[in-house]
Design a protein around this ligand. Structure first.
Ligand code: FDA
Length: 305
């Protein structure tokens, strides 16, 4: 119930205006976001990579209904990728891109064109792009764009959300040689005919998807903080005789940082998803929906106590 309310609030423009203009001082926001600027992102990336972790950077700013804003988002990604390339971080840090940030609302052509520009910049920086998966209404369009981009950039990452009833089918289609696939549970609100809504069903679907990806020929990117699922991933890697460099774990910046380092210390590849920028509202609201216990800290930060 609270999760649904938080996800609805995440889409409310009014709430966003009020909350986002509050000073960027709340501990909770700082916990999940690297900072507001490209310098903050570069600093956090450098710290994480020095600790043996990989990074995927997300420039905040999604769900845009303004073409100028979409263009600014593309420019921000290009600038970030130039910075990563110049710092020689391309081998350890990639970017995650939301198509809603670069014009998907205006149609598939604009989103494809803009995503391609980000792929060109990533390729020059010696790194890759993963297309985040968003609302269920955009899944087919996003997968079409992944397939189109992969003609020129085969290393473009796709995302499957295990809460979707079609998730296993998507995994089977994507588990081919060279295909990078992030598996996550799904962070948006989706109706019952399309998605599992019960946590147990979502987790079981995650396991079925993981089995398909780990037994397949692609490169699974297992995005979860769930200890049970991480254990199962480890068992599957043994069963499927996968070397540590043929798949990776992924976690969010600010969530279970010790576990990130523990896995890396045991030889696993671990990538941390690092978001930065001023437009943090929707991202942070989804983090609250995942763990409503965080809400208390957020409210305290908002009212300045
Ligand atoms: P679950 O929510 O069951 O949490 C398991 C445990 O992890 C909790 O008990 C708690 O200990 C810890 N935890 C999880 N979330 C927390 C939080 N916010 N604060 C504190 N502790 C927390 N979604 C999507 O729809 N599209 C996408 O493209 C992506 N991309 C993505 C990339 C990466 C790297 C990650 C890790 C996640 C995503 N997600 C996503 C989000 C994903 O769908 C999901 O909402 C979150 O990962 C939470 O699910 P868990 O698998 O962690 O399990």
């Amino acid at each position: 119930m609270l999760r649904q309310a938080l996800l609805v609030a995440s889409r409310s423009g009014g709430a966003r205006k009020v909350v986002e203009t509050a000073p960027f001082t709340g501990d909770l926001v700082r916990r999940f976001i690297a900072g507001e600027t490209i310098d903050d992102a570069a600093r956090v990336t450098s710290d994480l990579t020095s600790d043996g972790l990989l990074v995927s950077l997300d420039v905040l700013g999604e769900d845009t209904h303004d073409k100028g804003h979409a263009e600014a988002n593309v420019q921000n990604y290009v600038e970030l990728l130039e910075r990563l390339g110049a710092a020689g971080l391309g081998a350890r840090a990639e970017v995650s891109l939301k198509l809603s940030a670069v014009g998907q609302t205006f149609g598939e052509d604009l989103a494809l064109e803009n995503a391609r520009r980000v792929c060109v910049a990533a390729s020059s920086a010696g790194t890759t792009v993963t297309l985040d998966m968003e609302e269920h209404t955009t899944v087919d369009s996003t997968l079409r764009i992944v397939h189109e981009l992969r003609r020129e950039y085969p290393d473009v990452g796709a995302v499957v959300q295990s809460y979707l009833r079609r998730a296993e089918e998507h995994c089977a289609e994507l588990a081919y040689e060279g295909s990078r696939v992030r598996l996550c549970k799904g962070a948006y609100a989706a109706p019952a005919p399309i998605a599992f809504t019960d946590k147990e069903d979502i987790d079981k679907s995650y396991v079925r998807c993981m089995k398909v990806l780990m037994a397949g020929k692609g490169y699974p990117m297992l995005a979860t903080h769930d200890p049970r699922l991480i254990d199962i991933a480890g068992a599957l890697s043994v069963l499927d005789e996968r070397d540590a460099n043929t798949f990776e774990y992924q976690m969010l910046y600010g969530v279970r940082p010790q576990e990130q380092r523990r896995l890396a210390a045991h030889g696993a590849q671990v990538r941390v998803y690092v978001a930065y920028g001023r437009e943090w509202y929707q991202y942070v609201m989804r983090r609250l929906a995942e763990r409503p216990g965080n809400l208390r800290f957020f409210m305290r930060a908002l009212v300045g106590r």
